[in-house]
Design a binder for this molecule. Structure first.
Ligand code: SF4
Length: 237
C-alpha cells in the first residue's frame, strides 16, 4: 500500500470512528479543497456526520455555487448557519458595511458576528466536530493533532487530514472526480469572505490573499483556539 493509500485508509477509519462513537458529530466545511475531500468521504459512505457551513453573507458567488454542486453530486444539502441579523444590522448601521478595512478591531468584530458566534451555535449540543486543517498549511499547524480536546466549545475536535499534503488533497479530488471551488484555479489557494480574500501571485505565501491589508500577526478569525490562544489558519471555516 502506498503512503497515500495508508493515509487515506487511516482517514476513512477516523471518520467511521467519529460517526460511530461520537454521535451527534458535525463537520464544519468552508467548501474549499480540503473540505471537499472530507465531504466526499463522508457522503459516499453515508456516514452519520452532519455537514454545515457558515454562510457569512459575504461569500463569493463561486463558494455559494458549491452548495448546489454538493447537492447535485451527492443529493445532500449542506446545513447553513447564518449570523444574527440584528447584530449584522447594528454593525453595518453603526460602522458601515465594510468597516473591517478600518481597523483590526472592526475586522475582528465582523468575524465575531459573522463567523465565531454562528460557529458556537453550530457546535452546540454535539460531541465532536471535524475540520479540514492540515499540518502543512502553516508553521503554526506543525503540531496539529488528529484529535484534540476543544475546551472552548466543550467537545472533541478532529482533524483527519492533519498529515495530508496539498498534493494528497488534489490527487484525491482529481482521481475521484470531486467538485471543487473554481476559485482555486484562479490563484486562490485560501478562500474566505469575498471582500477579505484576493488572488495571490506565484511565490507568495498561501495566506497572502487573506486580510492582505493587515499585519500578518493579526491574521486570524477566531474559529480555531489552541491552549486558549487564537491560531492562524489557512482557510476560515
Ligand atoms: S472575513 Fe471579512 S467579511 Fe468575513 S466575517 Fe471576517 S471581516 Fe467580515
Amino acid at each position: 500500500m502506498s503512503d497515500f493509500q495508508e493515509r487515506l485508509a487511516a482517514t476513512q477509519a477516523i471518520l467511521e470512528r467519529i460517526a460511530d462513537d461520537f454521535e451527534p458529530a458535525v463537520f464544519a466545511s468552508s467548501l474549499a479543497a480540503e473540505d471537499m475531500v472530507l465531504t466526499d468521504l463522508i457522503l459516499r459512505k453515508k456516514l452519520n456526520i452532519t455537514i454545515f457551513s457558515l454562510e457569512t453573507g459575504r461569500l463569493h458567488a463561486e463558494t455559494l455555487g458549491m452548495l448546489d454542486k454538493v447537492k447535485e453530486t451527492y443529493g445532500t444539502e449542506i446545513k447553513l448557519f447564518k449570523p444574527d441579523a440584528a447584530a449584522v444590522e447594528n454593525y453595518v448601521s453603526q460602522h458601515g458595511l465594510n468597516a473591517f478595512y478600518d481597523s483590526v478591531e472592526m475586522r475582528k468584530e465582523c468575524c465575531r458576528i459573522r463567523k465565531v458566534e454562528p460557529l458556537k451555535r453550530a457546535l452546540a449540543g454535539n460531541k465532536a466536530w471535524v475540520t479540514g486543517q492540515r499540518r502543512a498549511q502553516s508553521a503554526t499547524r506543525t503540531e496539529l493533532a488528529i484529535q484534540e480536546d476543544d475546551a472552548t466549545h466543550g467537545l472533541q475536535k478532529f482533524n483527519p487530514l492533519a498529515d495530508w499534503s496539498e498534493d494528497d488533497v488534489w490527487h484525491y479530488l482529481r482521481s475521484n472526480n470531486v467538485p471543487y471551488n473554481p476559485l482555486h484555479d484562479k490563484g486562490y489557494p485560501s478562500i474566505g469572505c469575498e471582500p477579505c480574500t484576493r488572488a495571490i501571485q506565484p511565490g507568495e505565501d498561501v495566506r497572502a490573499g487573506r486580510w492582505w491589508w493587515e499585519n500578518p500577526d493579526s491574521k486570524e478569525c477566531g474559529l480555531h483556539v489552541v491552549d486558549g490562544k487564537l491560531i492562524r489558519i489557512k482557510q476560515a471555516v
